[in-house]
Design a protein around this ligand. Structure first.
Ligand code: PRP
Ligand code: MN
Ligand code: MG
Length: 182
């Protein structure tokens, strides 16, 4: 699939699988099941694959919510100004909330999201991301669960897109520069 577009496989399907299991264990340890169900907030669309795999790997009951946001400004980098395209369906006041992201790059999307959700008074608010890029450290966002620290390369697959393509790849790969230079 996508013959010739992927320069290299950065994280294999099996590595993703093992990491999801590991993260699910960490999360489950931190949220005893005797409290009210944990609310997972997935950020559309990138987090979809990770969100559904994580939910199934967690041995505690969770509820699924989604948000869709879009950042104003340049298409290639986040501006930090975010617009809500789809909001949560339910109130999260008093709930334990875990934001689920596929990747933190500049950290601007997450920084905005944390402020926005915090203002709704959840009992707790944490972040679980599968991938984190080096630039994310410049923005001070507390991220409790990180799957992989990756280099500053353009990656696609397992939810991550380039121009809406490659989300359906089961692994994470680097995109051949010829794809975005043509
Ligand atoms: C990507 C990714 C994160 C965000 C990270 O989403 O899925 O949500 O960018 O970037 P940042 O840390 O620099 O803010 P995108 O806006 O491309 O939407 P998508 O999830 O629908 O692909
Ligand atoms: Mn996204
Ligand atoms: Mg995208």
């Amino acid at each position: 699939m996508y013959e010739g577009d992927i320069a290299s496989v950065l994280i294999t399907e099996q590595q993703i699988d093992e990491k999801v299991t590991e993260l699910a264990k960490q999360v489950a340890d931190d949220y005893p099941a005797d409290r009210s169900d944990l609310v997972l907030v997935g950020v559309l669309k990138g987090a979809v694959m990770f969100m559904t795999d994580l939910a199934r790997a967690l041995p505690i009951p969770v509820q699924l919510e989604f948000m869709a946001v879009s950042s104003y400004g340049s298409a290639t980098s986040s501006s930090g100004v975010v617009r809500i395209l789809k909001d949560l369906d339910r109130d999260i006041a008093g709930r334990n909330v875990l934001i689920v992201e596929d990747i933190i790059d500049s950290g601007l999307t997450l920084s905005w999201l944390l402020k926005n959700l915090e203002s709704r008074n959840p009992a707790s608010l944490e972040v679980c991301t599968l991938l984190r890029k080096p630039d994310a450290v410049k923005v001070d966002v507390p991220v409790k669960y990180v799957g992989f620290e990756i280099p500053n390369e353009f990656v696609v697959g397992y939810g991550l897109d380039y121009a809406e393509r490659y989300r359906d790849l089961p692994y994470i790969g680097t995109l051949d520069p010829k794809v975005y230079s043509s």
